[in-house]
Design a binder for this molecule. Structure first.
Ligand code: 13P
Ligand code: SF4
Length: 328
């Protein structure tokens, strides 16, 4: 990633963004799926004050001192930052940065689920909008889903909205505790593309490569991939940790393509092979619209970027989000 710093147009935007951040009392929180140029930390000459997975960024959001947060990620993540910081201003450089999982379920869908399964605890993956979260008992991210599911006494739990992640969790949780999960039918349009077919050529070409699989990948891919070779099924952070601990030099990445950028810059002596599937929502965020959002703070333009939630939604959604953070 650091070679990007030598490209002079990028260098100019980096220094512009840093100047405006100071002027507008703002920090930038940036997700690992951002384009590589937005993943470079300030200490290395970039603009990201914090780089992380969705849980890491939620935790950072609670510690921010600046009055303004620019969230370089997708809308449900920026909403979580707002829920945790109701007194601060949260901006997203493109309000159209959605998520196929978050838009697969509404608050009304959850109300109907509760009528159908009275008393069954509901775990909502953070990849949901604030209104949906407000109807749920607890949130989880890919990092803490397993320990949160384990913590309930109930034999049955509702897990929403990702059906694949739910099926992958179900296997582990059922084996360990006998608990059953009732699932919703949402899918991540990025991770569902990691089929056995899409990975088969790479597996043939790299017979010794270890597998890096995100929870949101289909169950049959996980089964086939980890049948005869080493690897990890987990969250973004689990993947980063696994690569650091593994002696292997080759990995097949079955997760968002730009996670490869931080993997490669952290472990330059290792090789990462991937079909390179990018999240179209994450890629709506760029250096240019990040700069535009910063400049807009405090002007009549700021509404274009501001994340607004009603006090009622903040109050209700903060309960499951804060319960989740107690597990972190
Ligand atoms: P993480 O919770 O691992 O950051 O993942 C977020 C996401 O959008 C996965 O597709
Ligand atoms: Fe949503 Fe999938 Fe994109 Fe993550 S990668 S933001 S789950 S669409």
């Amino acid at each position: 990633m650091s070679e990007l710093l030598n490209e002079s147009p990028t260098k100019t935007i980096f220094s512009e963004i840093r100047k405006w951040k100071a002027e507008k009392d703002a920090v930038i929180l940036s997700h690992y799926y951002m384009p590589p140029e937005l993943q470079i930390p300030v200490k290395d000459g970039g603009v990201a004050d914090f780089l992380g997975d969705s849980l890491g960024l939620s935790v950072e959001a609670t510690k921010v001192k600046a009055q303004n947060i620019i969230f370089c990620g997708v809308t449900f993540m920026a909403e979580t930052a707002k829920i945790l910081n109701p007194g601060k201003n949260v901006f997203i450089p493109d309000r159209e940065a959605g998520c196929s999982l978050a838009s697969s379920i509404t608050a009304n869908d959850v109300i109907e689920l509760k009528k159908k399964h009275p008393g069954v605890p509901i775990i909502a993956y953070v990849n949901t909008y604030a209104e949906t979260k407000a109807e749920c008992d607890i949130c989880c991210t890919s990092r803490n889903a397993m320990s949160i599911a384990r913590s309930f006494d109930s034999d049955t739990l509702i897990f929403l909205p990702d059906v694949y992640m739910g099926q992958n969790l179900q296997k582990g949780i059922e084996k360990e505790t006998g608990k059953k999960l009732i699932l919703w039918h949402g899918r991540c349009e990025v991770h569902e593309q990691f089929s056995n077919t899409s990975l088969s050529t790479m597996k043939m070409m790299y017979p010794n490569a270890e597998m890096l699989l995100h929870w949101e990948v289909p169950e049959e891919t996980v089964e086939e991939s980890l049948n005869n070779r080493a690897g990890v099924l987990g969250s973004t952070n689990d993947i980063l940790r696994y690569v650091g601990e593994s002696k292997s030099k080759e990995f097949i990445l079955a997760s968002e393509c730009d996670l490869g950028a931080i993997l490669k810059s952290t472990y330059p002596d290792k090789e990462f092979i991937t079909p390179c599937i990018k999240c179209p929502y994450m890629k709506k965020i760029s250096l240019l619209n990040t700069l535009a959002a910063l400049k807009a703070i405090g002007t009549s333009e700021e509404e274009k970027y501001k994340v607004e939630l009603s006090q009622d939604i903040i109050d209700r959604a903060s309960i499951p989000v804060k319960r989740m953070l107690n597990f972190s």
